[in-house]
Design a protein around this ligand. Structure first.
Ligand code: IMP
Length: 172
């Protein structure tokens, strides 16, 4: 499976911190948490329950064609939101910001709908990612370039159900 990068306990502690941060930042408001399927599903369920506010949730799904560990650079919307986000405080919940291509695409799509605010919360970000340029406000962990699996993240749809994050080492 490869080296454990972040244990279940480390992830839980950081998710609690981000949840507290969101609770403070959105006090008195009713933020809409938008989970980017499928990779962010585990993070989303834990994060939503770590926010002590009347949050609402919705889901959006994108896919980028490619191999198990490499994206093709073409992002496609495969499931849109069910709710209107005009005048809503939207928090986009992502699994990992790598090149930022997915995020750029989603931001453009959501901003066009006129939300009151749009912030990005990602569990992981590559050290190489331009987080300021991409407008990412909340980051769980910054990690190097290794391909990682677990806690929602997959390699060819496997390993999403691991409770921890590990570096992916393909077996032949
Ligand atoms: P970006 O568009 O290059 O930022 O890629 C973001 C998407 O690629 C993420 O939402 C993931 O679905 C996928 N991805 C990038 N790196 C990894 C990884 O290390 N493990 C699993 N999925 C990854």
């Amino acid at each position: 499976m490869g080296r454990v990068l972040l244990t279940e306990e480390q992830i839980a502690a950081r998710v609690a911190e981000i949840g507290a941060q969101l609770t403070a930042d959105y006090a008195g408001r009713r933020p809409l948490l938008v989970c980017v399927l499928r990779g962010a599903y585990a993070f989303m369920t834990d994060l939503a329950r770590a926010v002590d506010l009347p949050v609402e949730i919705d889901f959006i799904a994108v896919s980028s064609y490619g191999s198990a560990t490499r994206t093709s650079g073409v992002v496609r919307l495969v499931k849109d939101l069910d709710v209107e986000i005009t005048d809503r405080d939207v928090v986009l919940v992502e699994d990992i910001v790598d090149t930022g291509l997915t995020l750029r695409y989603l931001r453009r799509s959501l901003e066009a709908r006129g939300p009151a605010s749009l912030e990005v919360c990602t569990l992981l970000a590559r050290e190489s990612a331009d987080l300021d340029g991409l407008g990412v406000r909340y980051v769980g962990f910054t990690i190097p370039g290794d391909f990682v699996i677990g806690y929602g993240l997959d390699a060819a749809e496997r390993y999403r159900n691991l409770r921890y994050l590990a570096v992916y080492e393909p077996q032949d």
